[in-house]
Design a protein around this ligand. Structure first.
Ligand code: WT7
Length: 647
C-alpha cells in the first residue's frame, strides 16, 4: 500500500435521510425493467446478485445487440493478470455500430446532433449526413497516408467537426487522442509527443462566452517541437486568416477536395481488443497518463450504460453537457448515444452567456428530455437564483444526471426542485476516465438519496475496504475498489504498462483508482473524494505534480507544493505554497506572474486560486514534499502519521 495517500478515509458523510422513490410508471417502462424481466427478476437487489454470478451472460447479452463482423470466441479471459481481454477473436468496429447499421433504415433520417454555437447559430446533422461526413474525412485521412494503428491528435472546440474527426479515425482503426481545447500549447505538445501522433486535426479558432480562442496559434506553438506530426488538418470555423505552414498544414475542405459525399470507406474490421483511443488524464506524477480504451468492450460498456442508466428511448433528445475533450464526452456525447440511435445536443458555449438562462433556453428550444451535467455547473447556476430557470418551459425533461464529483445534497435538491420540478429522478453517476463507463450509478428504477451515487451497475463488484483489502462493512469509511474487470475498463496506460499495474496492486488484487467512500445499511455508496494527489477542480482532474512542475519551470521558483482545498462552487480549488529562489522577493506582481505562468503552461483550469510564499515545506527524510501534512494543517485536520517527517 503506497504511503502517499492524503488521508485515511473517514466515516464523515452527509447522510440525507430523504429518499425519493420512482413512480410505478417509470419502473414499468424502464429499459432495465425489460431486461430484468427476461432474466426473471423484478427486484434490483436480486437481479444484481444474479449479475455478479453471471457476468459473462449479462455482457454477452448486451454485446449481442451490437453488430460483429465475426462473433467472439471467449467472453472473458485473464491474459496475464492484471491484463485481460473481453470478446476475444471477435471482429468489430464501433463506428459501424454508431452509423453504418442505420443506413438504409428509417434511423438514417433521424437527427444525430443539433449543434448550437456560442453566438446562437445552429446546425443539424442527420445520421445519414454524419455518416457521409465521416466517410469523407476517413477517405481524406487515407489520402494523407493514415493507416490502421496510426495515432491522430484532435485539438478542437465543441463543433461537429470534432465528432466527425473522432469517428473518422475510429473507422480506420487509427486511435484518436483528443486533447481538450482549453488546454495550453505545452499540454498539447506533451500529449502529441507521448503518443507520437502522425496527424493533428484542429480548427482556426472559436468563441466561448463571447471570448475569442486562437486555437491554431496555440497548436502552432505546440507544433514547434513535435517531430512525428506530418500533417495538420485545419477546420475553418471562424473563417479568420491563420498561419498555414506550407507542406504541413491543409484546410479540412482542401483535404476533402474531390472526395464526394457518396464516398464509402468500409469500416476496418478490427479485433475487439484493438485500440480505439488514448485519453490523457492526471495522476500522481507530473506526467499525464495515456489511458487506453479498446474497440469492443468499451463499446459494449458505453452502449449498455447509456441504455440502462439514461434509459434512452427512440424519441429522447439527450444533452450531455461535457466537452468531448474529457471521457464523459467520448462516452456520452459520442459513442453511447450514437450506438443507441439517440438525438444529442452539442453546445459550443458556456451556461451564463449571454445570460444565466442560456442552458434553460436551449432545453426549451430543443425540447430536451435528458440532461446530464456536472455538480459544479449546477452550483454555478444556483447562484443566479430560481428566476432564470422559471422563465423557461422545462417540461420536456424526464431524467437528470450528474457526474464528475460528489454532488452535495443542497445542489441535488436544487436540481431536483428547480429543474426537475420535484418529479424527475437524478442519476448521480460515479466513474472515471479509466473505467470508460458508469460504475456506481442508479438506473431510473432505484430509490434515490441526495448525495449518494446509489448502487453498482449490474456485474460491478464494488466494495469498501481498508488498506489491506478487507471489507469494512457498512457505515465505515474506506477505499472504494472493484473486484473484477468489466468490459469498458482501460486495458493499459500507453507505453507504460507498469503504471497500469499500480491500479491493481496498490491494494492487492483489486482495482483501486483513488477514491474514499462509505456504504450505508442499504448498500448505497457515498463517495467522499480522492485520496491521492489528484485535485478535482470543477469536476476537472488535475495532478498536484503537474501544477508543481509547471511552477518550478519559472526562474523565480525553487520549490512548490500544490494541494486541493474544499470550494463551495468548484468542489475543490488549487492552493500552492511557493519557496522562492535566493534573490527573488515575494510581491503581488510576482504572484500574478506565477498564476499567469500556470495558465499559459497548463491551461486556465489549473490556475491556483491561492498562492502563498513560504520559507519551508514539510518533507520526508528522502526529500519528498508531504502534501498530506500540508493539506491537513491548512484545513485544521489531524496531521496523522509523522514518523517519516524530516523537520
Ligand atoms: C474522479 C474521476 C466520470 C467521468 C468524469 C470524471 C470523481 C466522478 C463522481 C460522482 C463522486 C465522482 C471521483 C473519480 N467522480 N464522478 N458521481 N460522485 N465523485 O472523470 O476526470 O477521470 O475523474 O471523479 O473522484 O475518481 P475523471
Amino acid at each position: 500500500m503506497s504511503s502517499n495517500l492524503k488521508f485515511d478515509a473517514t466515516d464523515r458523510v452527509m447522510h440525507e435521510e430523504r429518499v425519493f422513490s420512482p413512480s410505478q410508471d417509470i419502473i414499468d417502462n424502464a429499459n432495465i425493467t425489460a431486461y430484468m424481466k427476461t432474466k426473471g427478476f423484478s427486484d434490483y437487489s436480486e437481479f444484481y446478485k444474479w449479475s455478479l454470478a453471471n457476468r459473462e451472460e449479462f455482457w454477452s447479452d448486451l454485446a449481442s445487440e451490437l453488430h460483429w463482423f465475426q462473433p467472439w470466441k471467449t467472453v472473458f479471459e485473464w491474459t496475464e493478470k492484471p491484463f485481460f481481454k473481453w470478446f476475444s477473436e471477435g471482429k468489430f468496429n464501433i463506428v459501424y455500430n454508431c452509423l453504418d447499421r442505420y443506413i438504409g433504415t428509417p434511423i438514417e433520417e433521424k437527427v444525430a446532433y443539433h449543434w448550437e454555437g456560442d453566438d446562437g447559430s445552429t446546425r443539424t446533422l442527420t445520421y445519414k449526413e454524419l455518416y457521409q461526413r465521416v466517410n469523407q474525412l476517413s477517405a481524406a485521412l487515407q489520402k494523407l497516408g493514415v493507416q490502421k494503428g496510426d495515432r491522430i491528435s484532435i485539438y478542437m472546440p465543441a463543433i461537429l467537426e470534432q465528432i466527425i474527426a473522432v469517428l473518422a479515425c475510429a473507422r480506420l482503426g487509427a486511435p484518436h487522442s483528443v486533447v481538450f481545447g482549453g488546454f495550453a500549447s505545452s499540454a498539447l505538445r506533451e500529449r502529441i509527443v507521448d503518443c507520437e501522433a502522425k496527424v493533428l486535426i484542429t480548427a482556426d479558432g472559436n468563441h466561448r462566452g463571447g471570448k475569442l480562442v486562437e486555437l491554431k496559434k496555440l497548436a502552432d506553438e505546440a507544433l514547434l517541437d513535435t517531430p512525428t506530426i506530418e500533417k495538420v488538418i485545419v477546420a475553418k470555423h471562424l473563417g479568420t486568416e491563420v498561419n498555414m505552414q506550407e507542406g504541413r498544414d491543409i484546410y479540412w475542405e482542401d483535404a476533402c477536395e474531390g472526395i464526394g459525399l457518396d464516398t464509402v470507406v468500409p469500416c476496418e474490421e478490427l479485433d475487439a481488443e484493438d485500440m480505439l483511443y488514448i485519453l490523457y488524464t492526471s495522476g500522481s506524477t507530473g506526467k499525464p497518463k495515456g489511458v487506453v480504451h479498446i474497440q469492443g468492450g468499451y463499446a459494449v460498456g458505453t452502449y449498455a450504460t447509456t441504455k440502462f442508466v439514461f434509459d434512452i428511448k427512440p424519441d429522447d433528445v439527450f444533452w450531455c453537457t461535457a466537452d468531448v475533450g474529457w471521457v464523459t464526452g467520448h462516452s456520452y456525447v459520442i459513442y453511447g448515444p450514437l450506438m443507441n440511435a439517440a438525438t444529442s445536443i452539442v453546445f459550443e458555449g458556456i451556461p451564463t452567456y449571454p445570460a444565466p438562462d442560456r442552458w434553460w433556453q436551449i432545453i426549451e428550444k430543443y425540447k430536451i428530455t435528458i440532461l446530464y451535467t456536472a455538480p459544479t455547473a449546477i452550483r454555478g447556476l444556483m447562484r443566479h437564483g430560481t428566476d432564470w430557470p422559471a422563465k423557461h418551459d422545462l417540461s420536456s425533461l424526464r431524467l437528470l444526471g450528474s457526474v464528475g464529483e460528489p454532488i452535495n445534497p443542497e445542489a441535488w435538491i436544487w436540481y431536483h426542485e428547480q429543474i426537475g420540478k420535484n418529479a424527475l429522478p437524478i442519476m448521480d453517476t460515479w466513474w472515471q476516465t479509466e473505467t470508460g463507463a458508469q460504475m456506481i450509478t442508479p438506473t431510473p428504477i432505484l430509490p434515490l438519496k441526495p448525495g449518494s451515487a446509489t448502487r453498482p451497475f449490474p456485474t460491478i463488484e464494488a466494495d469498501i475496504v481498508d488498506k489491506d483489502g478487507n471489507s469494512v462493512g457498512h457505515d465505515k469509511g474506506g477505499f472504494l475498489i472493484v473486484r473484477y474487470p468489466w468490459p469498458s475498463l482501460m486495458r493499459t496506460i500507453y507505453k507504460d504498462p507498469a503504471r497500469y499495474e499500480t491500479y491493481w496492486n496498490t491494494i492487492e488484487d483489486v482495482y483501486f483508482a483513488g477514491d474514499a467512500a462509505l456504504k450505508d445499511d442499504d448498500g448505497y455508496f457515498w463517495i467522499q473524494g480522492r485520496v491521492d494527489d489528484v485535485i478535482k477542480v470543477s469536476g476537472h482532474r488535475l495532478g498536484s505534480m503537474e501544477i508543481e512542475s509547471s511552477l518550478v519551470s519559472h526562474p523565480a521558483v525553487a520549490e512548490v507544493a500544490a494541494i486541493g482545498k474544499p470550494d463551495e462552487l468548484k468542489g475543490e480549488h488549487v492552493k500552492v505554497f511557493v519557496i522562492l529562489k535566493n534573490g527573488f522577493e515575494a510581491s503581488d506582481a510576482l504572484l500574478h506572474e506565477l498564476k499567469l505562468h500556470v495558465r499559459t503552461n497548463v491551461g486556465p483550469v489549473a490556475v491556483p486560486d491561492e498562492l502563498e510564499f513560504v520559507a519551508s515545506l514539510p518533507k520526508t527524510r528522502s526529500g519528498k514534499i508531504m502534501r498530506r501534512v500540508i493539506r491537513a494543517k491548512e484545513l485544521g485536520e489531524p496531521v496523522g502519521d509523522l514518523s517519516t517527517l524530516d523537520s
